[in-house]
Design a protein. Structure first.
Length: 294
């Protein structure tokens, strides 16, 4: 008797475990929600610039949808694969729209092939003299970045539009690592052409991308609290029901069958007795007991 009782509880526990396992699988399939978080792209952009004349902390940090890019490839990728496309900008300056200032823009593409196409377009763009408010830029002078094969850069002398005197220098650079393309513009008040700060930033940015870009994803998985609580409550109720409902329903079915069987037996008895009564009512005395006529 004790062994039978223990066996029944083992079966109940097994059913509950099966319910919990299936519920766990269903939870991972239906409850989690995924969405892109472009703020994660900040992990692919340098946090400090080598230009000493600007504050150490960036004044502007902004995630930008790929649809707002000026490059056709990035816009198309944003339409087709929005979860894998995005931009992030970081800027350092003393006063808005006035030198000295540094701006870095990262473009994350779905594939390295698309990133290469964007890099070619960026290279063509940075060869063009930057448009500033009161200065005009001279013809570009290229510079290289040792250790970063994909990097190209150009330096410009900045001439005051009114006095025609040199008032500063500008440096633009672009490079690619994997699926990411980074471009940078430095505007300095120094009149000496020295791309050291730009070179240092490119090296630091490329090293950061080589470390962070492999396996990087903007997609974030969240677990809604209300849905999780409801799912957990339903799971507990179903698991508990699996331990007791089968026995309850089985016992109920057994009793129903027993009552049905008893009704059938009672019906058969009643039919038997009824047939006996009818036989008695129709019965006659034996012929030998009847008087004979002479």
């Amino acid at each position: 008797m004790r062994g039978k009782l223990l066996g029944g509880w083992r079966m109940r526990g097994l059913r509950a475990v099966v319910v919990l396992v299936l519920a766990g699988v269903g939870y991972t399939l239906f409850i989690p929600q995924s969405h892109p978080n472009r703020k994660l792209l900040s992990n692919l952009v340098i946090r400090h610039t080598a230009l000493a004349s600007v504050p150490a902390k960036a004044k502007l940090q902004q995630a930008i949808p790929g649809s707002e890019s000026t490059f056709a490839v990035t816009k198309r990728a944003a339409r087709q694969q929005p979860d894998e496309t995005g931009l992030y900008a970081r800027e350092w300056y003393v006063a808005p729209n006035a030198p000295p200032e540094v701006g870095v823009v990262l473009q994350k593409l779905p594939t390295s092939a698309e990133a290469s196409t964007v890099l070619s377009a960026v290279r063509a763009e940075i060869r063009t003299a930057p448009i500033l408010s009161t200065e005009r830029a001279s013809s570009p002078e290229p510079f290289s970045v040792p250790g970063v094969p994909s990097a190209t850069g150009d330096s410009f002398l900045l001439i005051d539009s009114n006095t025609k005197a040199q008032v500063g220098t500008a440096y633009s650079a672009a490079y690619q690592v994997g699926d990411a393309v980074t471009s940078e513009l430095i505007v300095s008040t120094s009149t000496t052409r020295d791309p050291a700060a730009a070179v240092a930033d490119v090296k630091a940015g490329a090293a950061l991308l080589r470390q962070q870009e492999p396996g990087f994803s903007m997609v974030v998985i969240t677990y809604p609290l209300v849905a999780t609580l409801v799912y957990a409550i339903v799971t507990v109720v179903v698991a508990a029901a699996s331990m007791f409902v089968p026995e309850f329903m089985g016992e109920r079915l057994r009793r129903r069958r027993q009552r049905h069987h008893e009704r059938e037996l009672r019906k058969e008895r009643e039919q038997y007795l009824a047939r006996g009564r009818r036989t008695v009512r129709r019965g006659r005395a034996p012929a030998w007991s009847q008087s004979r006529r002479r």
